[in-house]
Design a protein around this ligand. Structure first.
Ligand SMILES: Nc1ncnc2c1ncn2[C@@H]1O[C@H](COP(=O)(O)OP(=O)(O)OP(=O)(O)O)[C@@H](O)[C@H]1O
Ligand SMILES: [Mg+2]
Length: 473
């Protein structure tokens, strides 16, 4: 009935002068004031009801004292307010952790929701291009909830129908700056629903001193630093191979040394062996006595790797048909081959024969070593494929500070940077950024930010002294 037929427009025509654009006169419908007022009042009432429904506790906190003042006067209201405050204040002062868990983070979440997210939601969604205007209507993604943890705001949103995670991942910078955070990470919680993580502060901003030597003998997962959420960062080294990529000064050394430190009890009880390859002569030479086997020159490194392959194959023959998984023992220890700057042995090696031997040995170790207790932990500056052709043979990768944004996906896999692994934004100031990295955990595709503990030269010296004392005893 409202559909316009071709001839209908003619009635609204203002001009028909040839060569000028055709202009239609818009129909003006006057809305009676009463309708405008009714709509306005309806919106205010609906808003109030929605607020009470969404935030019953916050509304009660404001409404009860107001009602008591109204009914019984301000003295009674003061008493009513004072009673809970006299309980909450000491609680907050003397047991901050449980107070935060029960009340603090909820209060903060309410405040952040009202003051930051709801207030800026429409503007940020529109300007970043995540909202849509179609058929005269605005479609804005729905802000579901805000939760706070000690370091970040976790914002749950419903995407618009037809949106993809990539639409959001492409706009993490808009979102971060729009909501006053330095970064934003996007993860999927279920179909159509996302969790946006906005860090409020950076728990990894200060260097973490070397962790205490572990008491228990274990080959992993070894604790080597902390995660952004404050939990310990445990790295699996037994049953996998790990590649740590980072520009010069990114702190690859602190990853290698933290792993070595965590394995020391296993090494001195004989259930693990460390084999060090140190082509730059600058990293592992410091802890020479900790290594069962150590090589620095490319020729020695090739010999060492060939020996590792030989031992691995012997062990595989021994295990064949008997057991499928390796359990470290003194007879069959876990052997961790640690290679600092692996590209010196592969891409930058001028002796072609050596280069081929080394590449072949590394490829053999990384393809066959996992199940028989041989692991490779390698550090690398430049993660491009032509520098390390066997990059993909390392199941676990760590992205320390990288120079270019494209390198992030080379290390962590496609889409990692879009999901918030901003390894190219890590500070190059050692205090702030050395040892900071992004990793993907087994269980989830979303990258997390971590920082390795810093094992100083003095720590290494102490470790060596202790190790030698233990060996002598
Ligand atoms: N986890 C850390 N926390 C704080 N500072 C660190 C950490 N790791 C390293 N550093 C500092 O950064 C400097 C460079 O670290 P490191 O030698 O490990 O870098 P790298 O990645 O091995 O560099 P290169 O590729 O040049 O060998 C160190 O001298 C140290 O002062
Ligand atoms: Mg180094």
């Amino acid at each position: 009935m409202f559909k316009k037929l071709p001839g209908d427009q003619v009635t609204g025509l203002v001009t028909t002068t040839p060569d000028t654009a055709v202009v239609f006169r818009p129909a003006v419908v006057r809305t009676p004031a009463i309708i405008t007022i009714v709509i306005f009042v309806w919106r205010v009432l609906a808003g109030l009801v929605r607020m009470v429904w969404r935030h019953p506790i916050a509304t009660a906190v404001l409404a009860i004292p107001a009602a008591v003042t109204w009914l019984y006067g301000w003295r009674v209201a003061l008493l009513v307010v004072w009673l809970p405050v006299s309980v909450l204040l000491p609680w907050a002062l003397f047991d901050r952790a449980t107070f935060n868990a029960w009340i603090g983070w909820r209060l903060l979440a309410f405040w952040r929701l009202a003051w930051m997210y709801r207030r800026h939601w429409h503007a940020v969604m529109t300007i970043s291009g995540l909202a849509r205007h179609a058929g005269g209507r605005d479609y804005v993604p729905h802000l579901v909830a805000v939760r706070c943890t000690s370091w970040a705001d976790l914002v749950t949103v419903n995407m618009l129908t037809g949106q993809a995670v990539k639409d959001w991942a492409d706009r993490i910078e808009h979102l971060a700056h729009g909501f006053g955070a330095t970064s934003c990470r996007v993860s999927v919680t279920r179909a159509g629903r996302l969790l946006l993580t906005f860090p409020r502060r950076d728990p990894l901003a200060v260097p973490l001193p070397a962790l205490p030597l572990p008491e228990a003998v274990s080959v992993g997962p070894v604790e080597i630093g902390i995660r952004e959420d404050g939990r310990p960062w445990r790295l699996k080294v037994h049953g996998t191979h790990v590649l740590a990529a980072g520009a010069t000064g990114a702190g690859k050394g602190s990853i290698l040394w933290s792993v070595i430190r965590a394995l020391i009890p296993a090494v001195w009880t004989g259930v693990a062996e460390l084999w060090g390859l140190d082509p730059k002569l600058m990293e592992l030479s410091f802890g020479r006595p900790l290594f069962t086997r150590y090589a620095a020159s490319p020729a020695d490194c090739a010999d060492l790797l060939d020996e590792a392959v030989e031992r691995m194959q012997k062990r595989a023959e021994k295990f064949a048909g008997v057991q499928r998984d390796h359990v470290p023992t003194v007879e069959d220890p876990f052997v961790l081959v640690i290679v600092d700057e692996v590209a010196f042995l592969t891409a930058y090696q001028s002796d072609r024969a050596l280069k081929q031997r080394i590449s072949a040995a590394l490829a053999t170790l990384t393809t066959q070593g996992r199940a028989v207790g041989f692991g490779v932990l390698a550090a690398l500056q430049d993660p491009r494929k032509d520098v390390l052709t066997i990059r993909n043979l390392f199941p676990d990768k760590i992205a320390l500070r990288l120079d270019e944004s494209e390198q992030v996906d080379m290390v962590l896999g496609d889409g990692a940077r879009d999901r918030g692994a901003l390894a190219d934004h890590i500070s190059s100031v050692p205090q702030e950024g050395a040892g900071v990295a992004y990793v993907r955990l087994e269980a989830s595709p979303d990258p997390i930010r971590v920082r390795a503990a810093y094992v100083s030269d003095a720590d290494i010296r102490d470790m060596v002294a202790l190790f030698q004392m233990e060996e002598a005893a």
